[in-house]
Design a protein around this ligand. Structure first.
Ligand code: PLP
Length: 399
């Protein structure tokens, strides 16, 4: 086959475009509102006593917001410690320049992981004598004390020493010369349930168990061991749950896990999910939309095609159940959400054009769509919605 040559050949190598050169708002993106995070932390902290510390839980890349950005603004709002889930998350934060104490909430069980944790000044959560001994040996090897938090299981049945054995074990742990116990903590399993303040609720039973344990172990006050139990729900229930520190995630990001909330608290969502309209088309009445043709138009319909789908983290089971916002108006999403795109019925709108920005999560005027709404519709929890957003969505920080 003969290839015809033109006189003016285009030299592609001369015009390389790198990923960083692309407009992050070219398709779909997450807007991270730093000021909202800062204000939320400040407001939540005002509910604590002066001596009670605030640990910002920034695991899972700051609940999908970008852990580095969240940490920066949470610290500005008064967070004095950070909580991550994994060693890698901890190292990433340390290497981004964060100097505050960082607690790894997950379990490190190999000597090599614990050494790396020690070398990066990350505090592991310790749930067994075996790990305590490893930490003590690491401390000895480096001629220093290994700072860590001990966890007790009061009813979550996940990580933690068994309560009834802990009293004895604690005496032994205290005698280890190369570890420094910075905290003792437990985690509530059901603080967001409606009955949490009933004396017989599992939350109250966990609290009683925790308090009893603390009375039984003799803690030398000069050691300044931090006692902590509450997540967002526990913190918002009442002050009894606060102890020396609270570990707060969801409410710091702007959402209350409780149905009844302190009226003086006005949390602001720190995440907006936005998308551009990539295409507009008209279909006649009686035409199927998207895979399976499950939605069939009942009138001449104007459709906007949005460049976002389940590969970005929008749950497919929300198909046909959500709205988007443009200029203080809701528009319904129609047909199955596909991997990379979804359709919205914009019949009657002359304002929406190719390239217009629509809001999937967030607010405009008096219209709001929250991860709590999505969670209700897709039969899950807001934590899962927030953590599902993929890296394909650029995080764009705004103040
Ligand atoms: C041990 C621990 N503490 C605190 C939190 C923060 O919880 P929340 O997001 O409900 O505030 C979590 C989150 O799952 C956790 O696992």
């Amino acid at each position: 086959m003969q290839i015809r040559k033109t006189n003016h050949e285009f030299n592609f190598d001369k015009f390389p475009i790198f990923e960083k050169d692309l407009d992050p708002k070219q398709r779909a993106w997450i807007e991270v509102r730093g000021k909202a995070l800062e204000t939320n932390v400040r407001q939540l902290r005002s509910k604590l006593s002066k001596s009670c510390q605030f640990m910002a839980v920034v695991k899972a890349d700051g609940y999908g917001h970008d852990a580095k950005v969240v940490s920066e603004y949470a610290i500005r709002g008064g967070a004095s410690q950070l909580g991550v889930a994994t060693l890698k998350e901890g190292i990433k934060l340390r290497s981004s320049g964060v100097e505050k104490p960082i607690l790894i909430l997950g379990n490190l069980y190999t000597k090599s992981d614990l050494i790396i944790s020690f070398q990066n000044k990350l505090m592991p959560t310790i749930s067994s004598m075996r790990e305590c001994l490893i930490c003590n040996n690491i401390g000895k090897q480096f001629g220093l004390k290994f700072s860590l938090h001990l966890k007790v299981d009061t009813g979550m049945s996940r990580l933690g020493f068994e309560c009834n054995k802990f009293v004895q074990q604690f005496e032994k742990i205290k005698s280890f010369e190369n570890i420094s116990i910075e905290g003792i903590y437990s985690h509530l399993s059901s603080a967001d349930q409606l009955n949490s303040l009933d004396p017989q609720s599992s939350t109250q039973l966990q609290m009683q168990k925790f308090k009893k344990l603390l009375e039984e172990i003799s803690i030398d006050r000069s050691h300044k061991i931090k006692i902590h139990l509450a997540n967002s729900a526990g913190m918002l229930l009442n002050r009894d749950f606060h102890f020396h520190m609270v570990r707060v995630g969801l409410s710091m990001y702007g959402y209350s896990p409780l149905t009844t909330i302190d009226k003086n608290l006005s949390l602001e969502p720190a995440l907006f999910l936005k998308v551009k309209v990539a295409f507009i088309r008209f279909i006649e009445s009686g035409v199927g939309v998207s895979y399976g043709g499950k939605f069939v138009s009942t009138r001449k319909t104007k459709l906007a095609v949005l460049s976002i789908g389940y590969a970005d983290g929008v749950p497919r089971n929300l198909s046909g159940k959500i709205n988007v916002i443009h200029n203080n108006k809701f528009y319904p999403q129609v047909g199955s959400i596909t991997m990379d795109q979804m359709m919205v019925d914009i019949t009657g709108s002359n304002e929406i054009k190719i390239g217009s920005t629509l809001i999937l999560l967030g607010s405009d005027g008096d219209k709001t769509i929250s991860p709590l709404d999505w969670a209700r519709e897709s039969n899950t929890i807001p934590w899962e919605i927030l953590c599902s957003f993929k890296n394909r969505l650029p995080r764009v920080q705004v103040d």
